[in-house]
Design a protein around this ligand. Structure first.
Ligand code: NAD
Length: 338
């Protein structure tokens, strides 16, 4: 059994910890939580809780929540750590892991934080056996999921993608915008170079615009293919990959509101939607030009990738062995919607 430590128990950390619990070859050695809030009280029912420092230890004691020790204690009993602390903190934590334990970082960190960047379809092999691996962000994972099948089956010359980004996650009441549209003024946005960390030979530009919603991101993709193709060939390429799901506006899935409503009906943990969802109505292929629109559930799309990144980093399973195990455990291999 692989002993997995989860440092940071927020949107991503708590989902990864519960996904690890479902794996036949892994267990959670403990989680690290900084504040003794309702999330910590609920986590204490399932996990051993560790704290980052003595200040947090004192706060947990005052709140009456038992802790098992400090982060270094947890690292000493684990095979690998998944760092899901806030953006930028993984870089600071890196020195605590280097030379002691394999580490999985998240997409909020710069790519230089780790030996390689991870997407289960496109860079499992490149990350195999690497001491540190960074799972790319939700937007980058979404783009890589739909672009890799087309790039490997048909070939892509250039991608131009517009990312309409959710403002923050549903559990956050601090960030905005609340009543504004906020474009990223840098061209390309940081997402394009990030996609190249997991699909090295792709030529891509991205622009990103933040809007006041918390449910999902939406990507409008315009790609020039290496040769003329048909809509059926593109859809056929996607259909070989379980983490790519085609949906239709004709079924009432007109917006991210209905997609997440469908996901709630699917009864997965936290109503999560691990797949990238592509509106099949939006898929257009004219000669060598491909257009489509997709939606990303930012809170959960990277969860299967984190599980696979653990196996890839430790070299404990081959690519499709790991993907199959992960998909089975998270019900990605079954029809839970309709
Ligand atoms: P989050 O703020 O929801 O969770 C981070 C958690 O770490 C919080 O619970 C915070 O209290 C805790 N924390 C703070 N200081 C700590 C410390 N010293 N030690 C341990 N824990 C500490 O953040 P998140 O959204 O889960 O993001 C984590 C990483 O995942 C970031 O790199 C982010 O960019 C990336 N990511 C986020 C999303 C998303 O949509 N939320 C999607 C993909 C990737």
């Amino acid at each position: 059994m692989i002993n997995v430590a989860v440092n940071g128990y927020g949107t991503i950390g708590r989902r990864v910890a519960h996904a690890v619990l479902k794996q036949p070859d892994m267990k959670v050695s403990g989680i690290v939580k900084a504040t003794p809030d309702y999330v910590a009280r609920m986590a204490a029912k399932t996990f051993r809780i560790y704290v980052p420092d003595e200040i947090s230890a004192r706060k947990f004691k005052e709140a009456g929540i038992d802790t098992a020790g400090l982060l270094p204690d947890l690292l000493s009993t684990s095979d690998i750590v998944v760092d899901a602390t806030p953006e930028g903190m993984g870089e600071k934590n890196r020195t605590m892991y280097t030379g002691k334990i394999n580490a999985i970082f998240q997409g909020g960190e710069d790519s230089s934080v780790a030996d390689a960047s991870f997407n289960a379809y496109s860079s499992y092999g490149e990350c195999y056996g690497k001491k540190s691996v960074r799972v790319v962000s939700c937007n980058t994972t979404g783009l890589a999921r739909s672009l890799f099948p087309v790039h490997s089956e048909i070939g892509i010359q250039h991608v131009s993608a517009t990312l309409i980004r959710r403002a923050t996650d549903p559990n956050d009441s601090k960030k905005g915008p609340i009543n504004a549209i906020e474009p990223s003024l840098k061209f390309p946005s940081h997402h394009a170079p990030d996609v190249k960390t997991v699909i090295r030979d792709i030529d891509i530009d991205t622009v990103a615009v933040k809007v006041p919603t918390t449910l999902m991101h939406v990507h409008v993709v315009d790609a020039r293919l290496r040769k003329n193709a048909t809509r059926e060939e593109v859809i056929g390429a996607w259909s070989k990959f379980r983490r790519v799901r085609l949906i239709s506006g004709k079924d009432g899935l007109a917006s991210t509101a209905q997609i997440m409503d469908m996901s709630r009906e699917g009864n997965r943990d936290r109503s999560d939607l691990y797949e990238i969802v592509i509106w099949q109505d939006s898929v257009s292929v004219k000669g060598d030009r491909l257009n489509y629109i997709q939606a990303v559930h930012q809170e959960s799309i990277v969860v299967p990738e984190n599980v696979d990144a653990i196996r890839s980093s430790l070299g404990s399973a081959g690519q499709y062995e790991s993907i199959d195990l992960t998909d089975r455990s998270l019900s990605i291999d079954r029809e839970v919607f309709y």
